[in-house]
Design a protein around this ligand. Structure first.
Ligand code: GDP
Ligand code: MG
Length: 282
């Protein structure tokens, strides 16, 4: 059967490399992405008779184009379209770590979440209702301790099964960006969806958001068809001017605010802080 490609994405220090090592053991090799110094770690494993090909993406906090690491991570996800992504999250700082995971979900890729460092979270009196988070997002969520391998087998089984179930389909998470941006996002999506070469390559809503975020890399790609790029840029510029005039802010700031708002309400009934700090065994 076909190899399932799985990319590990997460903030720096979430435990990606530790998890990658726990999964692949000695079956790995390190190289570089072409032309740049960012390290590329690949490895292999098997789970329930399935062959898995793993890639340890560079650690990032976001998927904008501000750093080489962010560009490498997001280009890999867009260009290579792995069958699944494992979002590696530091469970003791879940809100902050979800910011990247939500962006991957907005791209629409099949993703499972590893709530890593559960030992550390437990020490801090933080409990996480993984089943509830899984239910809210409709994706596998598995508690792990990468350092001792706890939860890793279950994570792989669930991720591989979910990848097969999704069969490469994009199912982008749709977050509302409020009354100032939602209408223009819909307008841009409608325009983007008239161009097959774009929708073959990018999730349309994600592409619209990139234009609103003033993302240089994406805008270059849009220039392949000058007229279309100009139209999308004009839509983005118009709403940016409106935001500046009436709200003294920028679309990218509004987008970040709403994304954090979404995460806060998503996690409201998921994280339970144990005020007694009673010992939680994990
Ligand atoms: P990366 O930057 O995401 O690749 O993170 P690393 O794998 O390098 O891990 C960062 C640090 O966290 C290292 O010191 C790891 O030993 C530690 N670490 C990784 N996973 C766990 C875990 O589940 N529990 C604890 N307590 N520490 C962990
Ligand atoms: Mg690492």
């Amino acid at each position: 059967s076909k190899r399932i490609r799985i990319a590990l994405a997460g903030n720096p220090n979430a435990g990606k490399t530790t998890l990658f090592n726990a999964i692949t053991g000695a079956r790995q090799h390190v190289g570089n992405y072409p032309g740049i110094t960012v390290e590329k770690k690949e490895g292999f494993a098997s789970s329930g008779g399935r062959e898995l090909h793993l890639v340890d993406l560079p650690g990032t906090y976001s998927l904008t184009a501000y750093t080489q690491e962010e560009l490498v991570a997001r280009n890999y996800l867009i260009d290579e379209r792995p069958e699944a992504v494992i979002g590696v999250l530091n469970a003791s700082a879940l809100e902050r770590n979800m910011y990247l995971a939500v962006q991957v979900l907005e791209m629409g890729l099949p993703m499972a979440l590893a709530l890593n460092m559960m030992d550390e979270a437990a020490k801090q009196g933080i409990r996480i209702d993984a089943a509830r988070l899984s239910e809210h997002l409709g994706i596998p969520v598995v508690e792990t301790v990468a350092r001792n391998g706890k939860g890793v087998e279950g994570l792989l089984t669930q991720t591989a099964a979910y990848a097969e179930q999704r069969a490469g389909s994009w199912e982008p998470l749709e977050i509302s960006y409020g009354p100032d941006l939602d209408p223009v996002i819909s307008e841009m999506v409608e325009r983007i969806e008239t161009e097959k070469f774009l929708t073959d390559r990018y999730p349309s809503r994600w592409l619209a958001l990139k234009y609103l975020e003033n993302d240089d890399e994406i805008r270059v790609v849009g220039r392949k068809t000058d007229k279309l790029a100009e139209e999308l840029e004009a839509m983005a510029a118009k709403v940016a001017e409106h935001c500046k005039k009436t709200l003294s802010t920028y679309p990218e700031a509004i987008i970040a605010d709403y994304r954090y708002g979404y995460i806060t309400s998503l996690l409201r009934d998921v994280i339970v802080r144990d005020t007694d700090r009673q010992r939680i065994d994990f």
